[in-house]
Design a binder for this molecule. Structure first.
Ligand SMILES: [Fe+2]
Ligand SMILES: [Fe+2]
Length: 473
């Protein structure tokens, strides 16, 4: 059966005029839909969801709202508008024309970066597939599905690049993106964080705040790439990604608000009292934050990395917002604080290019602070003395100089015994998780919220909070 691709797959890459690409996608699309039905959100596939669909990249077209059943979602392919005479913005090739095709010598590196990015997109959908059953409101259920369909579109974005620019091995990689599965013992997703199940909504909000934000910084680095189609693809993905982090930021803010209400009503901030009232005590929220922040930090890679240096030198992957920097060659040096002996730290000076992962990670940490300040302002406005803190980037690391080095959340080196003894108080315990999970009951009446979360300030696209965002079938 012939499919009208301009109809089915909205795009700005002239899909209709590219037969080869069209045929490749004709093969891939049914496999994608099978994957969506088998490993996308469980059930709800026939419910109508008030979703945003991109049909072009201009301000009017990228956010079209309407009811759609998820399998009918129009996963499109969009690249940001081309920049006239775009040049390589950093590294040894600085100032030369950007690449419209993949240079042979960078082919396998670019393919690996695209596959790694592409792998995270369906992974997160798989991680979140059960959450629909315990959504705290229809508003939240809709946001979950919005995030899920857009991660699906981000997979399309990467698969488009693989099909259009990498020939046969690109097509094979596109298939493999649907055959690895999050948490699968034999064939897991590439990055560890994307194999952790997300079985309750506090983790979902932490994930969209901290882990999607890692995605934002990866995309920002790739949006600087000299490989222009990759840069333009990532630029447009960032537009959508902003909503995912909004879901995390406001989700956690609403949890905090509800906890404050409960504490004010009972006149007590004792965690047991808060929990008895069906809300989540602040120290538990902090422990979740410690877990997701530290696990997301590893996604940036080792602090000293020769791979990162060669990505930069070769113009493959830049720094987020490269234009902010005065010097695009980055031939200077960078001071790393690394562990020394059993209990000390020392400064090691390394070439700046080798420290690119650390540069990006530091920009990410600054960005995370914006959320922290937001949540702390809510506490402050309520006259409460509790404040959330971001753990040190040395805490609980699995990759880089600090991997496996026992430190406290504030970055002090401590003995292994002290670390082991205190770690359970720094991370969500089995009991914390069981408690949070016990709160997860679905609320499906429009405008109503579960006991542990406050309503949002406003609805989606000027709709009221009690709008029927999902018509449950
Ligand atoms: Fe994404
Ligand atoms: Fe995302």
């Amino acid at each position: 059966m012939a499919i009208d691709y301009t109809e089915r797959i909205p795009n700005n890459v002239e899909l209709a005029s590219n037969r080869t690409l069209q045929r490749a996608l004709e093969h891939w699309q049914p496999a994608f839909l099978n994957w969506w039905r088998e490993l996308g959100p469980t059930d709800f596939q026939s419910s109508d969801v008030y979703l945003r669909t991109a049909i072009s990249v201009d301000p009017k077209g990228w956010a079209n709202y309407g009811y759609v059943a998820m399998p009918e979602y129009r996963w499109g392919i969009f690249l940001a508008e081309p920049e006239a005479d775009r040049r390589v913005g950093f590294g040894d090739e600085f100032g030369k024309p950007a690449w419209q095709q993949v240079p042979g010598e960078h082919r396998s590196t670019l393919r690996r970066l695209i596959v790694t990015q592409g792998d995270t997109e369906p992974a997160s959908v798989e991680q979140q597939r059960l959450l629909g059953h315990t959504a705290p409101s229809l508003y939240d259920l809709r946001n979950l599905f919005q995030v899920n369909v857009e991660e699906g579109r981000h997979l399309w974005a990467m698969v488009y690049l693989l099909h259009a620019y990498f020939g046969r091995d690109g097509r094979e990689e596109a298939e493999a993106l649907l055959s690895r599965h999050s948490g699968d013992a034999d064939n897991p997703r590439i990055l560890t964080t994307f194999n952790e199940p997300i079985s309750e909504w506090l983790s979902f909000f932490m994930f969209t705040f901290f882990t999607d934000r890692d995605g934002k910084f990866q995309l920002k680095s790739l949006a600087e790439s000299s490989f222009d189609p990759l840069a333009r693809t990532c630029k447009f993905m960032l537009t959508e990604e902003a909503h995912h982090m909004f879901v995390g930021d406001t989700g956690i803010a609403r949890v905090v608000r509800r906890t404050l209400e409960v504490m004010q009503a009972s006149g007590s901030d004792d965690p047991d009292t808060v929990r008895a009232a069906g809300a989540i005590d602040l120290p538990t929220i902090q422990r979740y934050l410690n877990f997701w922040f530290s696990s997301s930090l590893d996604l940036f890679g080792a602090d000293a990395s020769s791979n990162a240096a060669s990505y930069f030198a070769n113009g493959i992957k830049g720094r987020p917002d490269e234009k902010r920097f005065a010097d695009h060659l980055a031939l200077g040096s960078f001071d790393l604080e690394i562990p020394d002996g059993d209990d000390r730290t020392r400064t090691e000076t390394i070439p700046l290019r080798n420290a690119m992962n650390e540069v990006v990670r530091n920009a990410y940490v600054d960005d995370c602070m914006i959320g922290l300040k937001h949540w702390n302002r809510i506490l402050e406005a309520a006259g409460h003395g509790y404040r959330f803190t971001l753990p040190s980037t040395r805490f609980r690391r699995g990759i880089g100089s600090w991997a496996g080095i026992p430190t406290s959340p504030d970055g002090e080196r401590i003995s292994r015994e002290a670390y082991e003894a205190q770690l359970p108080s720094w991370l969500p315990s089995a009991e914390d998780r069981a408690f949070v999970t016990s709160l997860m009951v679905p609320v499906t009446e429009p405008g109503k919220m579960a006991s542990w979360i406050a309503p949002p300030d406003k609805g989606i696209k000027d709709r009221p909070v009690d709008y029927e965002y999902v018509r449950l079938a």
